[in-house]
Ligand binder design. Structure first.
Ligand code: VGL
Ligand code: ZN
Length: 208
């Protein structure tokens, strides 16, 4: 495929806590790292995201008396699934995986910083109250086409894709570059269906 300058590769949350052995491990999450390293060489612009929570973040079950991961609560007016403590700012778990080549990343976008609201999308928090800066960044550079890969397919990748489509971006999801949490059976399949329904193109890296 011939690329013009108007696209970007966005690599989502390849952080220790989302890898096997991490606090919120995505099964087989480590398997996408070699592909992330390889695909970076083929894009002019490479961006990355990090889930980046303060220790008092409201998405952590440990911050709610009597609650455990997987429980659902209302957090500042919207439903929130509770997670184990993960990706706490400036901790080992929030760092990029050691084998992930970060040398070509032009900018890192952080999400989940506000303790009162979670952010699965790399564009907005879950209530669309605040932006991460990614939408403006792309707009300023006239980038209207994004390629997404990373973790987790059924959370960050899915919600980023839905927002990207809402922003009018041509959105490609590199499916073999993603792995899902599958908190509930069928989550990955449903996420794929939803992303297709909003007009994202799902493809394999071999098609690039
Ligand atoms: C994510 C669960 C909790 C994600 C972040 O980025 O996919 N999932 N926090
Ligand atoms: Zn998180």
């Amino acid at each position: 495929m011939q690329f013009n300058r108007m696209n970007a590769l966005i690599i989502v949350d390849l952080q220790n806590d989302f890898l096997p052995g991490g606090a919120l491990a995505v099964p087989h999450g480590n398997e996408v790292i070699p592909l992330a390293n390889e695909l970076q060489q083929r894009f002019e612009l490479v961006l990355a995201t990090q889930d980046w929570h303060p220790p008092n973040h409201g998405s952590f079950a440990a911050n709610h008396r009597g609650k455990k991961p997987g429980d659902r609560i209302m957090l500042d007016g919207i439903e929130q699934i509770l997670w184990p403590v993960h990706c706490v700012q400036n901790t080992k778990g929030a760092e990029f995986a050691p084998s992930f080549d970060t040398s070509r990343i032009a900018h890192i976008f952080h999400k989940g910083i506000d303790p009162k609201i979670d952010s699965y999308s790399t564009f907005f928090d879950n209530a669309h109250r605040r932006e991460t800066g990614l939408a403006d960044y792309l707009k300023k550079r006239a980038i209207n086409e994004i390629y997404l890969m990373g973790l987790a397919l059924d959370y960050c990748v899915k919600y980023s894709t839905l927002d990207a489509r809402q922003l009018g971006l041509n959105t490609y999801v590199i499916v073999d570059g993603c792995r899902g949490i599958e908190l509930e059976a069928g989550d990955i399949e449903r996420a794929i269906d939803e992303m297709k329904r909003v007009g994202a193109v799902l493809l394999q890296s071999s098609e690039l």
